[in-house]
Design a protein around this ligand. Sequence first.
Ligand SMILES: *[C@@H]1O[C@H](CO)[C@@H](O)[C@H](O)[C@H]1NC(C)=O
Ligand SMILES: [Ca+2]
Ligand SMILES: [Ca+2]
Length: 245
Amino acid sequence: MFPAGPPSHSLLRLPLLQLLLLVVQAVGRGLGRASPAGGPLEDVVIERYHIPRACPREVQMGDFVRYHYNGTFEDGKKFDSRHDYGAPQEATLGANKVIEGLDTGLQGMCVGERRQLIVPPHLAHGESGARGVPGSAVLLFEVELVSREDGLPTGYLFVWHKDPPANLFEDMDLNKDGEVPPEEFSTFIKAQVSEGKGRLMPGQDPEKTIGDMFQNQDRNQDGKITVDELKLKSDEDEERVHEEL
Ligand SMILES: *[C@@H]1O[C@H](CO)[C@@H](O)[C@H](O)[C@H]1NC(C)=O
Ligand SMILES: [Ca+2]
Ligand SMILES: [Ca+2]
């Protein structure tokens, strides 16, 4: 459903409002990409054993999910358990944050659902393994989905639901002195969110996200955004101005 995020090299010359986006490092890219050497399975095997009656929306690629899991090897020995740590695991599916077997295996899940995933090594840690996981290991996951939210496209920090304000800088510059310091910027973005006009990236402290957005806009890093800093970017890109900040 989501278009693939812009490739990171094109983010270097991000047009307009898009520059409030931060490139999320594709940490973990390459995980689970090893050749299917040791696994008898081609795909993830999914067994759904508790499906809630109400399931307004199933998980799909690009969603931000929270889930508990217990991970075991085929012999039943545990390799990891997020219940042990209390807080659920968080991931945006398709963002190279988790092994491919989880990106795939969590899809179609309902909040409250429990399922078992059997993940062949080429969709997990491959031939070489990982910390606590030997090479060519088949992994079993008992998963319980805690929550699901729409994610943002990879690399995006904030998106507008519709059009951004026509006079964006003026709206941000609350005291009309021609400069937007972090406080005004933060107040503005939070108002956009609370009024339902836009959405911040899930799964990260909003203060940090807004701080990152500010840094992206404050091109000369002098602690304030000027109309030129915003305007320059809006002039550079017209077609995407209505889509994301
Ligand atoms: C993980 O194991 C613990 C302890 O056996 C259990 O209470 C919990 O429900 C399990 N979690 C999942 C997601 O299966
Ligand atoms: Ca101001
Ligand atoms: Ca500046």
